[in-house]
Design a protein around this ligand. Structure first.
Ligand code: SF4
Length: 364
């Protein structure tokens, strides 16, 4: 393990090299991190402040709670209001506002909404409550989908028929393509998500370099690992190159995790889904396959929820998620909208960009 002194020395060497490259390059370099965990790690370590002025970091649509559209949240709240339903969810969904209320408000009004740490916990609740329909809110990216698939397969194997997923699962590569196709957000290079890449592998991101001439580097989550990924990105950009590189070699393989990918493939299929701020994107989400329709709550108890757009009271979370603005551009940031009284999901979630800016002081 590196000593603190070694880490500082190495970080200083990287920053010095970055200064040399941007000095020669002569243009600002805009890098997007596509992972909420990276966003928080970057802020926590104060990396924005130590990078050369010319290297700008912008957050992308990497917080799963934040990109979940209002119609899904409204539907989850409607389900929570049903007498025979228990809603199970990761904790960060609880306070996310829909168009009218939140799951936390539904819970306070008497709905049975329970926080779990895994869909397998929800399966246990289903086994313990056979007269109830137990629904797990499947909100996440490629990282959470394998465990959800495993829970469905376990429910099938154990004959547990009152366990369901309500899926808002999303996929990272299609939204990156949509961002680049949209043309609104200029990105010189992507800091690729470490956890997602463990499942997907690096090959799935090759299209960035091939189709858009935009480099991408998979990074770990320690400050020095992030700096190294930025170093590799800036080196490529300075040299006018575009490749996909892996700076998280200890855990990420080119083809990802075949077991996790097979579990996803067995239970889910790609589907067009709606993203907050980005609208409907083809094949950017996961819907449950026909064979598992009896575990798909949206099909078991279809709802028609009337939702008018995303966001409320001037929240610009959608633009933040596209990297089109930064949180301080929102008039409500730090005034009407703070973590204790969040107006939009980007301020609610611990991985939300607005929450990170608020907690860590905004950076540059
Ligand atoms: Fe929305 Fe609050 Fe962020 Fe503004 S500061 S974009 S209101 S979450």
């Amino acid at each position: 393990m590196r000593s603190a002194q070694d880490t500082q020395t190495r970080a200083a060497e990287i920053i010095s090299e970055l200064r040399d490259i941007v000095g020669t390059h002569g243009k600002r370099i805009r890098l997007m991190e596509v992972c909420g965990t990276h966003t928080v790690a970057i802020f926590r370590a104060g990396l924005r402040q130590i990078l050369p002025e010319e290297v700008e970091l912008v957050s992308g649509p990497g917080c799963p709670v934040c990109v979940t559209a209002d119609d899904y949240i409204d539907a989850a709240i409607a389900y929570a209001g049903m007498e025979d339903v228990i809603i199970t969810t990761f904790g960060d969904m609880l306070k996310v506002p829909g168009t009218r209320s939140s799951l936390a408000e539904a819970q306070a009004a008497g709905a049975d909404v329970r926080i779990v740490y895994s869909p397998l916990d929800a399966l246990t609740i289903a086994a313990e409550n056979p007269t109830k329909q137990v629904v797990f809110l499947a909100v996440g990216f490629e990282t959470t989908a394998p465990t959800e698939a495993a829970a469905v397969l376990a429910a099938e194997a154990q004959g547990i028929r009152n366990f369901f997923l309500f899926s808002a699962q999303k996929l990272v590569p299609p939204v990156m393509r949509a961002l680049l196709d949209g043309g609104e957000t200029h990105v010189d290079g992507f800091l690729l998500p470490g956890h997602v890449s463990v499942v997907t592998g690096t090959e799935t991101f090759e299209f960035l370099a091939r189709d858009y001439s935009v480099p991408g580097v998979v990074g770990g989550f320690e400050p020095l690992e992030i700096l190294r990924a930025i170093q590799l990105l800036v080196r490529q950009i300075g040299a006018g190159e575009a490749r996909i590189e892996n700076a998280y070699e200890t855990v990420v393989r080119p083809a990802g995790n075949p077991v996790a990918r097979a579990a996803i493939e067995r239970v889910y299929k790609p589907a067009s889904v709606r993203w907050r701020g980005l609208g409907e994107i083809p094949a950017s989400g996961l819907a449950m396959r026909e064979e598992y329709a009896t575990f798909d709550f949206a099909r078991v108890r279809p709802l028609s929820v009337e939702t008018v757009g995303d966001g409320r009271h001037g929240c610009r979370c959608g633009e933040v998620l596209r990297g089109a603005i930064v949180p301080r551009d929102c008039n409500l940031f730090g005034k009407a909208c703070v973590p204790e009284h969040a107006i939009g999901p980007c301020m609610v979630s611990v991985e939300g960009t607005c929450a990170a800016w608020y907690k860590y002081g905004g950076g540059r």
